[in-house]
Write a protein that binds this ligand. Structure first.
Ligand code: T3D
Length: 258
């Protein structure tokens, strides 16, 4: 069985992290396959949204710790540069929305991969752990960039130093994630959000994502210029014409993603 399952349905690329016996901890194969599937989603026009979930009861427990000490393993010096960093840059740069459907525990790199996604949803029994300090590592996979921007410096600092487990409902309250759903309805509700995203004007969504990527580092003037530039591009899409016509004709828009 592959460590990543993949199917395309309703214009959504469904990616399942599939090492349920290890709470979907990442080994080299799974990290490289995830990169590969994200590339496939980026290049296929029919994919207008990406949805990532874990198989079984967890989302992902981060790095497979058995692999780290395996002499035949990839080696500590390569794990970030070749496994996780390319996953995070792909998630941030793919010109389509990426949904993290956090169905259970998300720890270490597993948590920070989820938090790098555009819309983070969780089941009520899910949890988030910056587990790194517990094994004398530092947060990676963009965690030191993403988490303070999501929940503020103080909370991020405490969570990273202490490695506390945060329940999904607390994560939602802190602004770490978007929404929590009951366990029983989680897959249905999270997939509904992916379906909605896949029917929205994909190019404009990619421009929103691009402009947001810069908001953490740009000053206001730079950000206003970027908005101006990308608003021109959005206004030149077919979907903008369709959106305005649909509004004036009092009908539902039929966006094609162009
Ligand atoms: O080079 C580098 O390493 C740099 C990269 C770092 C990136 C990172 O992600 S570092 C952080 C790595 N992750 C962790 O430290 C988390 C380790 N796991 C846990 O603390 C706990 O498993 C959880 C809190 C996530 C969940 O606890 P619980 O009680 O629900 O489950 P469990 O019983 O601990 O785990 C179930 C099984 O999954 C178990 O296997 P077994 O005993 O049934 O055969 C456990 O060993 C396995 N598992 C869980 N996490 C990992 C793992 N196996 C390998 N690696 C793991 N990370």
């Amino acid at each position: 069985m592959s460590s990543i399952l993949f199917e395309i349905k309703n214009n959504i690329g469904f990616i399942t992290l599939n090492r349920p016996d290890k709470l979907n901890a990442f080994n080299k194969e799974m990290a490289l396959l995830l990169q590969n599937k994200l590339d496939e989603c980026a290049s296929l026009k029919e994919v207008r949204c990406v949805y990532i979930i874990g198989a079984g009861k967890g989302f992902s427990a981060g790095q497979d710790l058995a692999e780290v000490i395996d002499p035949a393993g990839p080696g500590m010096e390569k794990i970030l540069s070749e496994h996780y960093n390319p996953i995070i840059t792909r998630i941030r740069n793919i010109p389509k929305p990426v949904v993290a459907a956090v169905n259970g525990v998300a720890a270490g790199a597993g948590a920070n991969i989820a938090l790098a996604c555009d819309v983070v949803l969780a089941s009520v029994s899910a949890s988030f752990i910056q587990a790194f300090s517990k094994i004398a590592l530092i947060p990676d996979s963009g965690g030191t960039y993403t988490l303070p921007r999501l929940i503020g410096w103080q909370k991020a600092s405490a969570l990273m130093l202490l490695g506390d487990k945060i329940a999904a409902t607390d994560a939602e309250r802190m602004g770490m994630i978007y929404k929590v759903f009951e366990d029983e309805s989680f897959e249905d509700e999270s997939k509904k959000i992916a379906v909605t995203l896949a029917q929205l004007p994909t190019k404009s969504l990619s421009y929103i994502k691009h402009v947001l990527n810069y908001s953490a580092t740009n000053n206001l003037e730079e950000q206003l210029l970027l908005e101006d530039q990308f608003q021109q591009k959005a206004a030149a899409t077919k979907d903008f014409t369709e959106g305005v016509n649909a509004f004036l004709e009092k009908r539902k828009s039929n966006f094609t993603g162009e």
